[in-house]
Design a protein around this ligand. Structure first.
Ligand SMILES: [Zn+2]
Length: 152
């Protein structure tokens, strides 16, 4: 019998309830801005704790993932989609900070241009985002890393 086999569904749900309380308190206190704000930290902490108790990493990771997902389920948290995760989505009207550099190439924006310095930069950015949206998750991760490296 492995250590992880003694970890019952009931135990996981109890832990999910405790994790949900932590998330709810942090959210109510304004320490996180979404119910997913502590997702990575909680998952890592739970996984590390289980590993220190003798669990294999894969089993600990799955259990930690299940617990955090259970907590989000108990809270009724809806994960935002890709569009809701973009900066343009969260900038409310009237709060928009004027952009002075091209989003794509970072050159100074010509007079009258709000986001891109040229039609070429605009269409290039749209094509890159379209590729990202249509890509598999592994390919999307590679493209995202490439896009970040391009900016640096
Ligand atoms: Zn440009």
């Amino acid at each position: 019998m492995t250590v992880s086999s003694t970890f019952t569904r009931r135990r996981r749900m109890n832990m999910a309830g405790e994790v949900a309380k932590v998330i709810r308190l942090a959210f109510a206190a304004g320490r996180i801005t979404t119910l997913f704000g502590l997702e990575g930290a909680l998952q890592a902490a739970l996984r590390a704790d289980l590993c220190l108790r003798g669990w294999h990493w894969v089993d600990a990771h799955q259990a930690a993932t299940d617990i955090v997902e259970g907590a989000h389920s108990l809270l009724g948290a809806d994960r935002p989609d890709w569009y809701e995760g973009q900066p343009e989505y969260v900038i409310a009207g009237g709060v928009l900070i004027a952009r002075t550099r091209c989003k794509r190439c970072h050159k100074k924006l010509p007079e009258g241009r709000l986001k891109f310095c040229s039609g070429l930069c605009s269409s290039s950015e749209k094509q890159a985002l379209a590729k990202l949206r249509l890509a598999s998750s592994d390919r999307a991760a590679d493209l995202a890393v490439h896009m970040v490296r391009r900016v640096q």
